[in-house]
Design a binder for this molecule. Structure first.
Ligand code: PLP
Length: 463
């Protein structure tokens, strides 16, 4: 490894404006291991050089996202063709909006939906908005790293058997997870087809899988019904760019999903974001992906030789662009601060680890910056507790006594966290990343949940 100079940490003051704080981060950062995937590099989104001019609205000839006929229609057709779907739609309100739009559709086909407890907060928001009731599903859990991993097939089968008399519309799963764990989607899809329910895959973290040489890991290669991608996470589109793919013949179509999207999205979709989607499609060529795979291989090799650093390598499939590390010598929040002090910005804390995310904008030097810093870290003194204090407990399945919608819209009061034990929550609380819920509306606040809320320094809750 050649040595690269390390920069100083940013000094962000309480009095700084957002632009001042952002400018300091940009100046100090030497390696971006965080979302968005373009990492701020100029080879993407060329129109931003003249961004002010391209910030447009539905002028004559510029088409309409919600009734696309021409230019935007072409983008959606191109997305569908690149990703090999039956139909695709785009959104400028993130994968979150597409998750909600598809659950609104599912609410027409049943009253319940199977929801793994590691689902993104937008799934919980959709339950509040639609009135769909969750049947909670427990994924596998990695005790060592303190995180939910993949869908447990036996749990899923038992859940279906135990709820065979319920009107289940579908199952929504997250794969890859925030840590990169990939479930056996082909098998899950088959189970869903046999049970006659729809499978939605929140593949927000895996838009690159079809293109980086691991296409067999993409749920678009299975019989999953709907697949949702966050195009800004690992590809090069701007933040909030997302798309939804219809992957199987369904009794509803893109127009139905667009109508649902309209219910919950801005009526002024960003042309900058749509342009970035159009441009990101041009970057889906193998060379770009191979260069990121090479960076990942170099990081893998270097990490293996750094003594006090552990790299998350579970037995199941994992996306290689998600790199989760930890040290036995220090808590992950301190490890993350150490990296930031060296100009290396991770995506965040996941379980006991620090998540480093690669994206199309990852640079060759990123690996050297990271590995030099981690090598320098070797000398830290061992600490008694290397677990991240905020993420150290598996959540029990929620004890749902009311539907999320009923609880959210019920007469509620705000109380101190100290008094919330055994009360029914009227709100979502989640930590982002990974944006999975600690408590959901309508579930009982157990001692374990109360402790988790307290650990986040939250003082009041709605019950
Ligand atoms: C698993 C998962 N699903 C959905 C989302 C929402 O994506 P977006 O930011 O595009 O709305 C996120 C965001 O972090 C996520 O981690």
């Amino acid at each position: 490894m050649s040595s690269l100079s390390l920069t100083k940490p940013p000094i962000i003051n309480k009095t700084d404006s957002l632009i001042q704080a952002c400018t300091k981060v940009i100046k100090q950062r030497s390696a971006s291991y965080h979302i968005p995937g373009h990492k701020g590099h100029k080879q993407f989104n060329h129109f931003l050089a003249n961004g002010q001019s391209y910030d447009l609205t539905e002028l004559v000839g510029l088409d309409d996202l919600y009734h696309p006929q021409s230019t935007i229609k072409k983008i959606e057709t191109a997305v569908s063709s690149k990703f090999g779907s039956l139909e695709s739609i785009i959104s400028t309100n993130g994968a979150s909006s597409l998750i909600i739009a598809s659950l609104i559709e599912l609410a027409k086909f049943g009253t319940k939906v199977i929801v793994p407890v590691n689902s993104h907060i937008s799934v919980i928001n959709a339950l509040v908005l639609t009135g769909l009731e969750p049947i909670w599903l427990e994924p596998d859990y990695d005790e060592n790293w303190n995180l939910y991993t993949t869908i447990n097939i036996t749990n899923l089968q038992n859940t279906l058997i135990n709820n065979r008399n319920q009107q289940i519309a579908g199952l929504i799963i997250t794969s890859p997870t925030y840590a990169g764990d990939i479930s056996n989607i082909a098998q899950i899809a088959q189970i869903c087809h046999e049970a006659n329910i729809y499978l939605i895959v929140d593949e927000s973290h895996g838009s690159h899988l079809l293109f980086n040489g691991y296409s067999e890991l993409s749920s678009l290669k299975t019989t999953a019904h709907i697949v949702i991608h966050s195009l800004h996470k690992t590809l090069s589109a701007l933040t909030q760019a997302a798309c939804l793919h219809i992957n199987q013949k369904l009794p509803f179509n893109a127009i139905d999903l667009k109508n649902n999207l309209k219910l919950i999205s801005t009526s002024s979709p960003s042309y900058l974001i749509m342009l970035s989607i159009e441009e990101s499609l041009k970057k889906l060529n193998l060379e770009n992906f191979i260069s990121v795979n090479n960076i990942q291989t170099e990081i893998n090799q270097n990490l293996a030789s750094i003594k006090n650093i552990h790299h998350y390598k579970p037995n199941h499939q994992i996306d290689s662009w998600h790199i989760l590390i930890k040290s036995n010598n220090i808590t992950s929040d301190k490890l993350a601060s150490f990296l930031i002090n060296h100009g290396i910005y991770p995506e965040g804390l996941i379980g006991n680890g620090v998540l480093l995310m690669l994206g199309l904008g990852s640079q060759n030097n990123d690996s050297k910056y990271l590995c030099n810093a981690l090598t320098a870290f070797k000398g830290s003194k061992p600490q008694s507790n290397s677990v991240n204090p905020k993420f150290n407990k598996p959540l029990a399945l929620f004890n749902q006594v009311m539907s999320p919608r009923q609880a959210y819209f019920a007469k509620t009061k705000t109380i101190k966290v100290a008094d919330c034990l055994n009360k029914i929550s009227a709100q979502n609380i989640s930590i982002c990343p990974p944006g999975i819920p600690l408590i959901v509306p309508g579930a009982i606040i157990t001692q374990e949940i109360k402790n988790n809320i307290k650990d986040l320094s939250i003082k009041i809750v709605n019950v």
